[in-house]
Design a protein around this ligand. Structure first.
Ligand code: ZN
Length: 472
């Protein structure tokens, strides 16, 4: 048995004893090493856990995004998988009972991606930009809807997806070494095509000709209709298509901007070698890094406060989902805050509760449109009052016992499954004795994972201390 594992078991024994016998006393001297053991164990748990939308199976090959030689060479791959979106909703194959993501071939998407070259486009249609080493034209796509290169699903065992960009001077030779399927995404909304033309083109695709029914699926229903592999690809694709689609003008100077780097950068049209900038001030995006030219992930803290006994958690009912739906509290991280600061501020603002001992649990990309949910537990004192009248974001917040939560988790409909229909369903809840007393999110959402892991006793804390730490 390793020293660390022994230390952790010792911690559990000591903590159980400590909490039972003296729950409100100060932390013992052993605390720093205990904290370290807990942090290490939680980190290991987070690594082993796979949460919907996380754990991407693709090698993103991000260092090759600037190479139009690479990107243009793999677009025609017979193994290419294209995930199409329309206004953020993915194309799916629909059956009577289920919808699953539909991947199209490069041949199928030809009407949507336009003519070659797809990346590194020059001033004139059909001509490559003269030199891909000029940063303004690196894998630029200023003609046609943005195409996002999601990555390569490697099927070979040789790891040849790790090719250096220099090898793509001879793209065809380099491609021979790549084993696997490239994945791309594209949103058809901004194409100069009428809806009828889009639908007609879809009817000519291989899946449609083989008898499949293709349909755009409400994006929030995807998590109920997919597995972890496809969920992770969808999350990356949706966030990236959305980001490209909603940033058509340069935040630095207001000029049109276009897609670059296989959809992973936006470039200002005033920076193109052929731009006529007479009378314009230089665009600030021409120098340095800018958070409006690179994709964004907006971090959100989502957390459960666990009380001094370890037997109660604080859950809130959002104003938008009134009824019997309770979930973890959450909020965006603000500039100038750490994760811990945001956890403390949000629980205070929404429920009037002060917390400490903030501990990371796991994360979940949330592509609606670009959030990164960061899951935490924190310690709090449930003998203190709860109040929701500070920011009035919650209709209710209260402490629930492990027994109450377990009753809901064991109930057939206790973890509500369809977030898209949540508001409607919650308002329809009645006093039917067959209904659960309240509902919590499913484990496809990180809030559901936090609740379930705590309820099943998988969460441990250092000994409870009455002295709040941190800035509240
Ligand atoms: Zn600009």
């Amino acid at each position: 048995m390793s020293g660390r594992r022994l230390k952790f078991i010792l911690y559990i024994v000591i903590t159980d004893y400590y909490v039972v016998t003296n729950p409100l006393s100060e932390s013992p001297a052993i605390l720093p090493s205990i904290r370290s053991a807990i942090a290490s164990t939680l980190a290991k748990m987070a690594e082993q856990r796979t949460i919907m939308f996380s754990g991407s199976p693709l090698n993103r090959l991000s260092w090759l995004r600037t190479s139009h030689s690479f990107l243009n060479a793999i677009v025609p791959s017979p193994k290419a998988h294209w995930l199409l979106f329309k206004s953020g909703n993915p194309l799916t194959v629909k059956t009577e009972t289920k919808s699953s993501l539909s991947y199209l071939s490069t041949k199928d998407v030809a009407p949507f991606i336009g003519e070659a070259p797809y990346f590194g486009q020059g001033k004139t249609s059909g001509i490559l930009a003269a030199d891909e080493q000029i940063s303004a034209t690196e894998a630029v796509r200023h003609r046609g809807a943005p195409i996002v290169f999601l990555g390569l699903h490697e099927t070979g065992s040789s790891g040849t997806g790790a090719l250096p960009s220099s090898e793509f001077a001879d793209a065809e030779k380099a491609l021979e070494k790549i084993e696997g399927a490239p994945y791309f995404a594209l949103d058809v909304t901004d194409l100069e095509l009428e809806d009828e033309a889009i639908e007609a083109a879809l009817k000519e695709t291989e899946p449609a000709k083989s008898g499949s029914t293709l349909a755009w699926l409400d994006s929030r229903s995807v998590m109920m209709n997919t597995d972890l592999f496809n969920g992770a690809i969808f999350a990356e694709a949706r966030s990236m298509c959305d980001w490209n689609s909603r940033n058509k003008f340069c935040a630095g100077c207001g000029a049109r901007q276009h897609s670059m780097w296989g959809g992973w950068k936006l470039g200002c049209s005033t920076l193109m070698p052929w731009a006529d900038n007479t009378g314009r001030k230089p665009c600030p995006s021409g120098k340095g890094l800018h958070n409006y030219t690179h994709p964004r992930s907006d971090p959100v803290v989502i957390m459960l406060a666990v009380d001094q006994s370890g037997e109660k958690i604080l859950l809130g009912q959002n104003n938008r989902f009134k009824g019997k739906f309770y979930s973890a509290l959450a909020g965006f991280i603000e500039p100038g805050e750490t994760f811990e600061d945001a956890v403390k501020r949000e629980i205070w603002e929404e429920a009037g509760v002060k917390v400490w001992d903030v501990q990371y649990h796991s994360g979940q990309p949330w592509p609606f449109p670009a959030s990164l949910m960061c899951g935490f537990y924190a310690r709090a004192d449930s003998t203190k009052p709860v109040r929701t009248d500070l920011d009035n974001e919650l209709a209710d917040a209260r402490w629930f016992s492990r027994e109450e939560v377990m009753t809901v988790l064991k109930h057939a409909t206790g973890s509500y499954l369809d977030l898209a229909k949540l508001a409607e369903a919650s308002s329809q809840l009645s006093n039917d004795p067959n209904e659960p007393p309240f509902r919590v999110p499913p484990t496809t959402a990180i809030a559901g994972v936090l609740i379930k892991d705590w309820a099943e006793g998988k969460v441990q804390f250092p000994p409870f201390s009455l002295t709040p730490k941190g800035n509240l």
